[in-house]
Design a binder for this molecule. Structure first.
Ligand SMILES: *Cc1c(COP(=O)(O)O)cnc(C)c1O
Length: 370
């Protein structure tokens, strides 16, 4: 019945279209969508995701590192690409591949201008990031005069956007903090615009900003996890469709008698007659050891089966004592019916970590019902 013959990560493009349209429906028509495709498109495949989003109208892409941007250009992506966390050692390559840097302090701003001058650039597009409370990357309001001074001396670059990042947009108990971040961003960008004499694109919202803070949409939003089908909240999860489906099969079934152990370090000891199934996916595939010992679970024939014992490099073992199944049957680690967010939460992490961990060893299969 199942057509799954080995461990695969299915990438459903119809779901991606659905999520894109859902997020777009939350925005005024003139607000642009920047699709975040860092970390292999949240663990799927950046080039497959970006090609599809380019086709359906995404305005911008973002990646974390220069190497990720180069890979997108090499796969034929023409849309502008913002590199969120570039390192100066890669600035020359960044320019060579027409990628656009986030410049977040005076050190990298100066280094970028120097590289752009060396390469004879004129009005090369850059993005300036301000820290409004995350305290991770970004200029502060006090840096404005120095930024402007450096920009004025260099016709070699042009500010395409001013942006900032929300620290807790998914967290209702931090509403006051988020509102402060939004007003701080407004104040800082107004000052910048006055001094620049032109108005770059303004953007501050990630997925939860899109969903929870319409006042933080500005001219563009940066959608990551939402495009992949997760809304950081049960009420939005039901509106979105997970793009990635991680599936495998049962390799072997064992029956353990009382007192017999399972796997490395004998972490599981049967306290009753226990039927187990071995699945060809392990921590080298991205199912980390935190999912072992009944934290994580999978679905077999519509029933939940917990991972028992320690996760191995290339295998997990699951408890199928009460499940009618046989060797070769399909096993769903996560998909549209069994959310990665739920498994992650049960194991003390978040959907982002589980999704982005799926290693290149797992075969990617595109499902395109369009
Ligand atoms: C990763 C990232 C995003 C996307 O966030 P989601 O919560 O996945 O939507 C947006 N902006 C920045 C700066 C990021 O690093």
């Amino acid at each position: 019945m199942s057509n799954i013959k080995e461990t695969v990560l299915e990438i459903n493009l119809a779901h991606l279209t659905h999520n894109y349209k859902y997020l777009k429906s939350k925005l005024y028509p003139n607000v642009k969508i920047l699709a975040v495709v860092k970390a292999s498109g949240y663990g799927s495949d950046a080039s497959i995701i970006a090609k599809h989003l380019e086709k359906i109208g995404a305005d911008y892409f973002a990646v974390a590192y220069v190497s990720e941007g180069i890979a997108l250009r090499e796969s034929g992506i023409k849309t502008p690409i913002l590199v969120l966390h570039p390192q100066p050692v890669n600035f020359q390559k960044l320019i060579e591949y027409q990628l656009e840097p986030n410049l977040y302090n005076i050190r990298v701003l100066k280094m970028f201008i120097a590289t752009a001058i060396t390469l004879h650039q004129k009005e090369y597009p850059i993005h300036i990031k301000f820290n409004t409370g995350l305290n991770r990357l970004g200029f502060s309001e006090n840096d404005i005069d120095q930024i402007i001074k450096n920009l004025n001396e260099a016709e070699t670059i042009k500010v395409i956007s001013l942006f900032s990042h929300l620290a807790a947009s998914e967290d209702v108990s931090e509403k006051e903090f988020t509102i402060k971040q939004i007003s701080s961003f407004k104040k800082i960008t107004q000052k910048m615009i006055d001094k620049l004499g032109y108005t770059p694109i303004l953007h501050q919202s990630n997925t939860s900003g899109i969903l929870n803070y319409p006042k933080a949409h500005f001219d563009m939003v940066r959608a990551g996890i939402g495009l992949y089908g997760y809304g950081n909240d049960a009420k939005y999860d039901t509106k979105l469709k997970p793009v990635a489906g991680l599936k495998s099969i049962i390799s072997q079934i064992h029956s353990l008698h009382i007192g017999e152990s399972l796997g490395y370090n004998r972490a599981f000891i049967a306290s009753e007659l226990t039927k187990t199934a071995t699945i060809p996916i392990g921590h080298a595939d991205g199912i980390g050891r935190q999912y072992g010992n009944k934290k994580g679970f999978v679905t077999v024939n519509n029933k939940r089966a917990y991972i028992i014992g320690n996760v191995c490099m290339d295998m997990i073992m699951i408890d199928i004592t009460d499940i009618d199944c046989k060797e070769g049957d399909e096993v769903i680690i996560f998909d549209i019916n069994s959310s990665a967010a739920l498994i992650a939460e049960n194991s003390g992490t978040i959907s982002y970590e589980l999704l982005t961990a799926i290693s290149p060893r797992v075969k990617r299969v595109v499902i395109d019902d369009n």
